[in-house]
Design a protein around this ligand. Structure first.
Ligand code: ASP
Ligand code: MG
Length: 406
């Protein structure tokens, strides 16, 4: 017996016949002996319509609390519809909205972008387990939360993906299934490149990067709650079948994503290449990585400035890398010399917030400055910051960064 969490997005419950089809797909899995929790978002564009209505009727005078109460009507409606559709197929179901005594998702008082109170939510989830054990299919509003005064809050636009993974995590589900209007994750936007391919599998890390870069398939924060042991996939509602393949989301593999920081276990060596006019010369990155790739040497990070490039490789590979790169420097006219630098410790910090949070780099580096830990190099992307410090400072820096995050 498996415990499944199936989340249905707006289009997959876009009209009556789609709701019926979705309910049938849920009942089919239930009949096989599985337990199943349904998470639904608002029917089609109803959230947008509710926002439009309130803007037209009230405009700027609308308080956040009022707005949350109004947009919630989308999910308040869809859970009732979905649950009734399940019952019409002869299976017991109960809709769970924030007014229900078993409502599990507890948040702070921020009405529109509420923060989840994970501990309270985990405790409240026991009530959902009781329903499941009675053979009832709970249908829970996605996107919504309940604040400290019992008021309705929302998790932000697109937040029902977050609800699904949060609920899956707290219930220790076997699988979280995101039912949407595409077949899964594509290699790129099929509207822009025609032969975009459907991916069978994608890692949590890749998926988070994709989501923060604007891919609409999944809310970028949803995977914060993806446990390595929980299966997850994205499938198309059109199949009407929760066992459809779609794209599997696997991992996370490294680090603890809830904590978000990890220290690599081995020392990493820095090799710096310098030259003149490097910025105007194409193919330098390719040349550098190509000669290391031929010997199967992995590069942990690479950075470039006007007149230099540095590559970070395992210390155990560094001598070989040094000799290979020396050959490359000699053969390439804009490059003049290289050096094998010190041993460093690599600390990686993942967070979907990096892209949107000003000052996040200084939050992390400030405690290092205070402890006089020198940062050899820092590389940042939209979802990760990688810091290289002297090997001897690695443990200390790692502990300091963990403290900041706590
Ligand atoms: N109904 C909400 C929205 O449109 C939440 C969701 O669909 O995930 O943003
Ligand atoms: Mg969505």
């Amino acid at each position: 017996m498996d415990l499944l969490v199936a989340k249905f997005g707006g289009t997959s419950v876009g009209d009556g016949s789609r709701i019926k089809k979705a309910a049938q797909s849920v009942v089919n899995e239930y009949m096989k002996g599985n337990q199943i929790v349904v998470v639904v978002s608002a029917v089609n564009k109803s959230t947008d319509e509710l926002i439009g209505l309130s803007d037209d009727a009230v405009g700027a005078g609308l308080t956040d609390k009022q707005r949350a109460g109004i947009v919630a009507m989308g999910e308040l409606t869809s859970v009732r519809l979905f649950s009734a559709a399940i019952e019409s197929l002869g299976v017991k179901s109960e809709y769970i909205d924030p007014y229900h005594e078993l409502w599990p998702v507890i948040t702070d008082s921020n009405s529109l972008e509420a923060k989840i109170d994970f501990k309270s939510t985990e405790i409240k989830m026991e009530g959902i387990k009781t329903l499941l054990n009675q053979g009832i299919i709970p249908v829970i509003c996605g996107f919504l939360g309940k604040g400290p005064l019992g008021e309705i809050t929302t998790l932000g636009r697109g937040g029902s993906d977050v609800s699904a993974f949060l609920i899956g995590h707290c219930l220790e589900a076997n699988e979280v299934i995101i039912v949407t209007d595409v077949d899964g994750v594509m290699s790129t936007d099929p509207n822009k490149i025609e032969d975009a391919k459907l991916l069978d599998e994608i890692s949590v890390e890749e998926m988070r990067d994709l989501a923060t870069h604007g891919a609409q398939v999944l809310h970028p924060h949803a995977l914060t709650y993806k446990d390595p042991l929980i299966n997850a996939k994205i499938i198309n509602f059109a199949h009407g079948d929760l066992t459809s393949k779609g794209t599997r989301i696997v991992g996370p593999y490294e680090g603890d994503l809830l904590k978000g920081v990890s220290l690599y276990k081995n020392p990493i060596s820095l090799i710096a290449v310098v030259g003149e006019g490097m910025i105007k010369k194409s193919g330098l990155f390719a040349g550098l990585s190509g000669c290391l790739a031929k010997e199967d040497i992995n590069i942990f990070g690479i950075s470039a400035a006007q007149n230099s490039m540095s590559a970070f490789v395992n210390k155990s590979d560094s001598n070989k890398a040094y000799h290979l790169l020396h050959q490359f420097v000699v053969e390439t006219d804009v490059l003049s010399s290289l050096s094998l630098g010190r041993d460093t410790a690599m600390i990686t910090f993942f967070s979907p917030d990096i892209i949107e949070k000003p000052g996040i780099i200084s939050d992390i580096t400030e405690p290092l400055r205070k402890s006089e830990i020198n940062i050899v190099e820092i590389i940042s992307s939209q979802t990760a910051i990688v810091l290289f410090v002297d090997w001897k400072d690695g443990e200390k820096a790692y502990e300091l960064i963990k403290e900041v995050l706590e």
